[in-house]
Design a protein around this ligand. Structure first.
Ligand code: HEC
Ligand code: HEC
Length: 308
């Protein structure tokens, strides 16, 4: 083949790859120059919308698993437990101004989800603590999952109702509603006599043994700290499945202080549940904590019943 022919073929291919790009550009330019009606979205806008649509769906799924127990299915909040999120002042900047947040609305929501609020703003109003969600701060979620949640919450902007989630003064003597979650009934053991989570244990976890003694005080103290911070909201301060967030959970966490139940949850299966979480329930996977922290919290959880 002559060099000229090669060059010619090269040029033809280059031109061919330009056609789809040109089509997009024409559409977008047509938009800019009034050839395409302004109310019709450009190709680029359509693509961006499709992408963020998928992100919102992912966020909705995560919200339905990990957030609704405190914030309600549609972000309407749970009186006495956690504030509504689907509310006007969170999206028009009023709330951010009130709390002195200097950044963007988006940034405020992202920061709250990622870092949580280890210190409660108004324990008189809301009894729960906003957990930490991002792995960056020791929570269970990846950055893309946090972003999807932000996209989902932001999706309420524009049509959020006016709700006074942070009233300035509470009339003294007004009874504060609280979640009334009694101890949850112990789930029925499965045919094999083990709790249902154990039926799906994978070889990677089967037979695992704790690397610490069950009465190691330092381990128990470390485990308690993790438990109080990350698990108690759902599992309850003493493991009875009666945390402030448990009222809205279905299924609810079991009673970890019940010896009979704990006999159906052997150590390897217990560790498996913590590491991988339980799909389609409020129980998130915690393996980002690392084995050592998971074992410590496991040993603390088993101290509720004394079953080793
Ligand atoms: C255990 C209950 C609980 C769970 C579960 C929970 N939150 Fe929260 N959340 C709270 C509480 C309580 C607050 C208020 C914190 C404070 O300032 O004291 C809050 C605050 C927030 C705020 C800020 C609202 C404001 O008015 O300042 C956002 C945003 C938020 N949560 C999003 C989420 C998302 C997304 C999830 C799920 C990944 C989630 N929360 C899960 C209890 C919870
Ligand atoms: C947002 C709520 C929530 C948080 C936070 C949470 N869990 Fe769970 N957990 C659940 C629910 C709901 C179940 C029940 C799942 C089922 O019935 O299959 C569960 C199940 C479990 C089980 C199996 C026994 C049982 O109760 O069914 C263990 C063990 C467990 N969680 C440990 C932990 C540990 C350790 C932490 C903290 C590192 C934690 N959980 C944090 C909601 C939560």
């Amino acid at each position: 083949m002559s060099t000229q022919l090669k060059i010619l073929i090269g040029i033809i291919f280059t031109l061919l790859t330009c056609i789809p790009l040109a089509a997009i550009a024409m559409n977008d330019l047509g938009h800019d120059f009034g050839l395409v009606p302004q109310d019709q979205p450009t190709e680029m806008e359509l693509r961006a919308a499709a992408l963020s649509g998928r992100q919102i769906e992912v966020g909705a799924d995560l919200f339905g698993q990990y957030c609704y127990s405190c914030h309600g299915k549609n972000g309407e909040g749970l009186p006495g437990v956690a504030p509504a999120l689907n509310r006007k002042d969170l999206f028009d900047g009023t709330h951010q101004r009130n709390v002195g947040w200097p950044g963007s609305i988006n940034g405020f929501i992202k920061n709250t989800i990622a870092a949580g609020r280890p210190i409660q703003s108004r324990p008189d109003l809301y009894s729960a603590k906003m957990p930490t969600w991002s792995q960056e701060y020791g929570g269970p979620m990846r950055p893309d999952q946090v972003n999807a949640l932000v996209a989902f919450v932001m999706n309420w902007q524009g049509k959020a109702p006016e709700v006074d989630a942070w009233p300035v003064a509470v009339a003294s003597g007004t009874p504060r509603p609280t979640a009334t979650a009694g101890p949850s009934p112990t789930p029925a053991p499965t045919v094999a006599g083990l709790f249902r989570i154990c039926q799906t244990i994978t070889p990677q976890y089967a037979g695992k043994k704790a690397p610490y003694k069950f009465d190691d005080r330092a381990v128990l103290a470390a485990g308690k700290q993790i438990y109080d911070e990350k698990c108690a909201a759902c599992h309850g301060p003493t493991g009875r499945g009666d945390g402030v967030a448990a009222a809205a959970l279905n299924p609810k966490p079991a009673n970890l202080a019940d010896k009979n139940f704990m006999n159906t949850l052997p150590v390897d299966c217990h560790f498996f549940a913590i590491a991988e979480g339980v799909k389609n329930t409020g129980m998130p996977p915690w393996k980002s904590l690392g084995d050592d922290q998971m074992w410590k919290v496991l040993i603390y959880e088993r101290s509720f019943s004394g079953v080793q």
